[in-house]
Design a binder for this molecule. Structure first.
Ligand code: PYR
Length: 301
């Protein structure tokens, strides 16, 4: 069979397309990833906040481990290897050796890109208050370690340097950190939690030609803007981390409430989301076809 093209190479080609902004819906499990793939997105984003909420039932406070984040990224990246996955790697889960291990594991799973940030080990969601930062030197040791691990692997992964410094140290310091991270070999700049369109435009202008990422979080501090507007500001990558989380939260809560209060959850008239729709988006037909070809009969449609 032909050699599979690494997801990082597919992502790099997209990043180099001058006319493109990559719009990445946040997914956190197999089903949300399948729905995004079914809608034809050409790049996905694995949210750490969503992974923490769905796998641990815990808030995004640095509780989740490398093993859990990697297992989620591994599964999501495997669903359609032709669609690159950008995955959260928080602070890299420890010192330089741990960061290198994280990068190797993500590379092994054909994850196209990861982001590493400059918060302390007990990090928190970038849109919460009172974030604690490590020094620039410590941040750079994380980036350097990831660049070294990538080089030693002989393979590729796009490294996204994220700074959370804007909140406590201001714009200049945040820019300094991002520039230093790019000088160490990171590929994409991620200014977390900026407040205005002007700051967004400014970061893209200052970092050019380095591609910049914008993170749009419902209820977060960055304005919710469209992909077209983000592109006009100069961004190359746009992530919507809690897109599926919010929808699942609202819809599930509504359904639970209805069942609790009335003792029945009526199907939505004419609505989708029955068992066949769900199995269908997860590849029921492909599984049945495969099974049949292999001489099985258990899953014939
Ligand atoms: C998250 O979704 O957890 C981010 O860090 C953006």
């Amino acid at each position: 069979s032909p050699q599979r093209r690494p997801a990082a190479s597919i992502l790099r080609e997209m990043l180099e397309d001058p006319d493109k902004i990559l719009v990445c819906p946040g997914v956190y499990d197999g089903l949300t990833a399948r729905i995004a793939l079914d809608q034809g997105f050409d790049c996905l984003y694995m949210t750490g906040a969503g992974t923490s909420a769905s796998r641990l039932g815990a808030p995004d406070l640095g509780l989740i481990s490398l093993t859990e984040m990697h297992a989620n990224a591994d599964m999501i990246a495997s669903l359609d290897p032709s669609v690159p996955l950008i995955a959260d790697a928080d602070v890299g889960f420890g010192g330089p050796l741990s960061v290198a291990r994280t990068v190797r594991k993500y590379i092994d799973s054909n994850v196209a890109a990861l982001h590493l940030e400059d918060q302390t080990l007990n990090k928190r969601c970038g849109h919460l208050q009172n974030k604690q930062l490590v020094s620039q030197d410590e941040f750079l040791s994380r980036i350097r370690s990831s660049v070294m691990a990538r080089k030693e692997s002989g393979r590729d992964i796009v490294l996204i340097a994220r700074t959370d410094a804007l909140q406590s140290l201001g714009f200049e310091e945040a820019v300094k950190r991002l520039k230093a991270a790019i000088a160490e070999g990171a590929d994409v700049a991620f200014l977390e939690g900026f407040f205005t369109r002007e700051q967004g435009e400014e970061i893209c202008r200052i970092m050019a030609p380095t591609p910049c990422l914008i993170n749009v979080v419902a209820g977060g501090v960055t304005p919710t803007i469209s992909a077209a507007e983000a592109k006009a500001l100069g961004f190359k990558v746009m992530i919507w981390p809690i897109l599926s989380l919010t929808e699942v939260f609202n819809a599930t809560k509504r359904a639970m409430k209805e069942l609790k209060e009335t003792g029945i959850k009526e199907p939505v008239p004419g609505g989708s989301g029955g068992i066949r729709d769900i199995f269908g988006v997860c590849g029921l037909k492909e599984c049945a076809d495969f099974d049949k070809k292999a001489g099985g009969s258990a899953y014939s449609n």
